[in-house]
Design a protein around this ligand. Structure first.
Ligand code: FE2
Ligand code: FE2
Length: 185
């Protein structure tokens, strides 16, 4: 399955704008990390795109319904394990793809929340300002800061570097998406 087919598959299961945007944001971060680690950009992109495919229709069965959907569509067990790893706390995250997905899931949404309160949105956003919001407990209070730190540790990246990669990834991708009439914000 290529990226366009994966996006069509996603849209069969996800209709709300917010979850489409979250999926695109996580995809953007996965693309950034695939480039960083010299991994398969399209596979990592699709992994980000489809990780929450079941969340809208089967929130109580997340991620298990999603794993079934992916299996039916011929995805590899390694790919499926990575998707499982982002949502099942004690599932093993053995591959770089699994560790990366786990590390960028919440952070991508957090960075977008930061962008939404800036007049220029993602444009010109710096890691420093996202870090500041990180410390402001009342901002996006539902986001688990400890989980973000822990998952970055498991990936073995320094928090500043992690923020830089994710923010750059979102900024780059936003420009491309805008050309297709889509946006992360
Ligand atoms: Fe999820
Ligand atoms: Fe997610």
């Amino acid at each position: 399955m290529n990226r366009e087919e994966a996006f069509e598959l996603l849209k069969k299961y996800v209709k709300t704008d917010s979850l489409i945007k979250h999926s695109l944001a996580v995809e953007s971060s996965m693309i950034a990390y695939a480039n960083e680690f010299n991994e398969d950009v399209e596979e990592w992109s699709i992994c980000g795109l489809l990780h929450d495919i079941d969340f809208e229709m089967y929130p109580d069965e997340h991620p298990y319904r999603g794993l079934e959907i992916l299996r039916e569509n011929g995805f590899s067990e390694e790919f499926i394990a990575a998707v499982k790893g982002h949502a099942v706390k004690d599932a093993p995250r053995e591959t770089l793809m699994a560790k990366t997905l786990f590390a960028v899931d919440e952070l991508s949404s957090f960075a977008i929340a930061c962008a939404l309160v800036r007049p220029t949105k993602l444009e010109g956003m710096k890691a420093k300002s996202v870090k500041k919001k990180f410390k402001a407990k009342s901002f996006a209070a539902a986001v688990d800061r400890d989980l973000i730190r822990e998952s970055a540790d498991q990936l073995g990246v320094d928090m500043n570097e992690h923020l830089n990669i994710v923010i750059k990834g979102l900024q780059n991708r936003e420009k491309e998406l805008n050309k297709e009439g889509l946006s992360l914000v």
